[in-house]
Design a protein around this ligand. Structure first.
Ligand SMILES: [Zn+2]
Length: 88
């Protein structure tokens, strides 16, 4: 398996909507997953959520599709359980 290239928050956010829609390639998919794992589990999760909301507002011009919001919640929930599992 090739190593996943570390990407920054900005790049992850750029791909996130396509990622949620399963519209990214395998490599990008892994890069985004990898970033989310680090970012949402350990680092600036609140910051990431905030940037994501801003981005969604821009993308949706005021409205965020309910289905998309649900998928984001599911996504974050996935990392919630990971975080809990990783704690002693
Ligand atoms: Zn990040």
């Amino acid at each position: 398996m090739t190593k996943v290239k570390p990407i920054g928050c900005k790049e992850a956010l750029k791909h996130l909507l396509a990622y949620l829609d399963q519209e990214v390639g395998a490599v990008t998919h892994r890069e985004v997953e990898h970033h989310l794992e680090i970012c949402l589990t350990y680092f600036s999760r609140a910051e990431f959520e905030q940037s994501l909301k801003t981005r969604l507002r821009d993308a949706g011009r005021g409205t965020v599709r309910a289905s998309l919001e649900k998928r984001i919640k599911t996504l974050f929930g996935r990392f919630d359980s990971k975080q809990k599992a990783g704690r002693p």
